[in-house]
Design a protein around this ligand. Structure first.
Ligand code: ZN
Length: 352
């Protein structure tokens, strides 16, 4: 659980780290770097077991006009800007120090993902078009998501699922999510006055397993507190977790149990949690801000349509995962089952 969550933190940050506007064009300035670095350092100081405090100082490893590389604890922290688009955005990402990418490993991942699903190939192609300047940089480019050490282990396959999840975040265009199911765009038109996604927080998690409980508390803290964001990013996360789950299903189908299970243990599938968060967000909004709810989710049918499509695809994807688990005589984890049932109950209660 711990290892999985460490990887998942990586997911959140690169896709969604708070951005700071460049004040002038040109090389990175210390002030811009420090505001992004602070967010990354906070994440690098957080262990899954929150009682452990890791407070090593960040060490500057490399500096160029467009990129600064730091190391802190077991993480590599990167602050960078797009050298070719003058959009004035400074971005950050965090990954495990051990991950060292290479051209050959990246090539293997692209080929592996393409075998798993033609829609993954489309995501990769779109990402390459949009972010071509990033692809050859193994620090900040897509290679950073890969666990290149041993490509026969479940760590490698897990990193392929992460790779697709993250690339999918990065091909979002403004408020339009890329919908892999039919290669379309799911566009939201959401009011900037809407409350942040943390209104969907769970008070407690339906598990007595202490490791899973600690993991989920940490997970919720990461997504809904430390990186609290507008609801578009919650739906964006749901969209990417649909792909993560699809990737796991296809890996299990095509590469067998050893590609997913390590000594009978496998990552928790958090898709039911993000389905639940998404429904709770709208449900709680309707109670706490009926005016905003009406404006965004009644008078703008495109938002309802987009959300319903995401939920339906999430449900189908999770049901496919359950089917393939059953085919492999493997159980659903108790916490997944409980979150899935909680979601189905909330979904049937709240009429979208
Ligand atoms: Zn994500």
């Amino acid at each position: 659980m711990k290892k999985v969550l460490v990887i998942l933190i990586v997911l959140v940050v690169s896709a969604c780290t708070s951005l700071s506007k460049k004040e002038t064009l040109g090389c990175l300035q210390d002030k811009q770097v420090s505001s992004v670095l602070r967010v990354l350092e906070k994440l690098a100081d957080t262990d899954v077991n929150s009682s452990n405090s890791l407070k090593a100082n960040s060490k500057l490893i490399e500096t160029t006009c467009n990129k600064r590389v730091y190391e802190k604890n077991s993480y590599r922290l990167l602050v960078y800007q797009n050298p070719v688009a003058a959009d004035g955005v400074v971005q950050g990402s965090i990954s495990n120090i051990e991950n060292v990418g290479s051209k050959e490993c990246l090539f293997a991942a692209v080929s592996q993902a393409g075998v798993l699903s033609p829609s993954f190939k489309e995501i990769i192609d779109l990402h390459k078009q949009k972010w071509s300047w990033l692809w050859d940089d193994y620090d900040i480019g897509p290679a950073k998501w890969l666990n290149c050490k041993d490509r026969k282990t479940s760590d490698w396959f897990e990193s392929i699922a992460t790779f697709i999840h993250e690339l999918n975040h990065e091909i979002r265009e403004g408020s339009c999510l890329r919908f892999a199911k039919d290669s379309s765009n799911l566009c939201f038109d959401l009011d900037s006055a809407l409350p942040l996604r943390s209104i969907a927080k769970l008070e407690s998690f339906p598990t007595k397993n202490s490791n899973q409980l600690a993991g989920l508390i940490f997970f919720q803290k990461t997504y809904l507190t430390d990186l609290d964001q507008p609801p578009l990013y919650l739906f964006d996360e749901l969209n990417s977790y649909i792909l993560t789950t699809r990737a796991y299903s296809n890996i299990l189908k095509k590469n067998g149990q050893s590609a997913i299970f390590k000594e009978e243990s496998r990552p928790v599938i958090v898709l039911p949690l993000f389905l639940l968060y998404s429904v709770l967000y709208v449900e709680r909004l309707s109670k706490s801000h009926p005016d905003l709810y009406k404006k965004n989710f009644v008078l703008k049918p495109e938002n309802i349509t987009a959300l319903k499509m995401l939920l339906a695809e999430g449900e189908n994807t999770y049901r496919s995962w359950l089917f393939i688990l059953k085919e492999n005589s493997k159980p659903q984890k108790e916490v997944e089952k409980n979150l899935w049932e909680d979601y189905l109950r909330e979904r049937s209660k709240f009429k979208l």
